[in-house]
Design a binder for this molecule. Sequence first.
Ligand SMILES: Cc1cc2nc3c(=O)[nH]c(=O)nc-3n(C[C@H](O)[C@H](O)[C@H](O)COP(=O)(O)OP(=O)(O)OC[C@H]3O[C@@H](n4cnc5c(N)ncnc54)[C@H](O)[C@@H]3O)c2cc1C
Length: 347
Amino acid sequence: MYTIEQNKSLKPYNTFGIDAAAKYYSEIRAVEDFRELIAEKKLSGEKKLILGGGSNILFTKNYDGLVIRNCIPGIEVVSEAEHAVIVKANAGVVWHQLVLWAIERNYGGIENLSLIPGYCGAAPLQNIGAYGVEIKDVFYELEAVNMHTGELEKFSLADCQFGYRESVFKGKLKGQFLITSLSLRFIKLNSPHAFSQYRFRTEYGDIKETLGQMQAYDLSIKAVSDAVIKIRSSKLPDPQKIGNAGSFFKNPVISKAQFDALVAQYPVMPSYLQKDGSVKVPAGWLIEQCGWKGKVVGNTGSHATQALVLVNYGKATGNEVWQLALDIQQSVKEKFGIEISAEVNVI
Ligand SMILES: Cc1cc2nc3c(=O)[nH]c(=O)nc-3n(C[C@H](O)[C@H](O)[C@H](O)COP(=O)(O)OP(=O)(O)OC[C@H]3O[C@@H](n4cnc5c(N)ncnc54)[C@H](O)[C@@H]3O)c2cc1C
């Protein structure tokens, strides 16, 4: 069952803590709820927005339509082989709860993605990633309801067209599907054979160093997860204390020729060579070079330790944050000739 509320403040439902209102607001706990909701006569002409944990969204104005918060609960094992298991998490499961659930059972695959905020339903939308792992690496399939027909459809890895912080649901199929469940393939590390073959991803960020500090000499997914949690908690501002949506911009990917020209001018410019020969440049570094790191602009600003994270110091409107983002974008363009684009979904 669901209820429909009117003129509902979305402040508790977005990690930026922006006080925008939804004309209509409803929470669903089953696929059937969604079908009944979209069949409601009074809502038929309304535009619709799906919300999960609200950790990757910026409301620049009130939402003149129906906001549907996807709270469908439940995690289940759908099939099991000797060394692997397919696990289905419904869209309303908090992502980190799924990580903890997997670690408890010694199922390897998503420990590097510990502590990423948000719900499982939104995780494939931008192919969440951290510390060398992306959701596409463990993806099996997902189910989504077509917003127009109400039909449940399955999407394979190829169908999702995952890229760096991208998927078909952020591109061509934007706003057309409600993701209802996500199935992932984990490795059963209780099996000695699987454990010996398993590739722990510790070469990214400070994971190795942190494991050393923690004196975690026996490698396990729990140890890797604890290290990731420790690093993230020390580096990223906690949205409970200071409103933010994590990295506001994506890291731009530029051509080798453009990179070579820039590095001649800025020899310390960090970079990551991509398989296709292009070069990824950390947006945080570009923003910092433009003087934005730690800068406070009214009620908003770029965070003091993470230039890429834009924050709400308490009373910011979505428009203030967006204006800051546009100003940062423009100065990076002027200084480096590079376009940085928003990772956050701006509404
Ligand atoms: C402190 C912090 C750190 C972060 N670190 C990372 C990180 O390391 N890596 C990373 O990749 N991201 C990171 N993020 C971003 C964010 O956590 C992820 O993008 C997350 O998957 C968003 O989930 P959500 O449920 O909060 O999505 P929401 O913000 O609720 O929604 C995001 C988008 O998905 C759509 N959507 C939501 N649910 C559904 C659904 N069921 N079906 C269809 N569309 C849907 C929404 O309409 C919206 O466009 C971070 C955010 C914060 C605040």
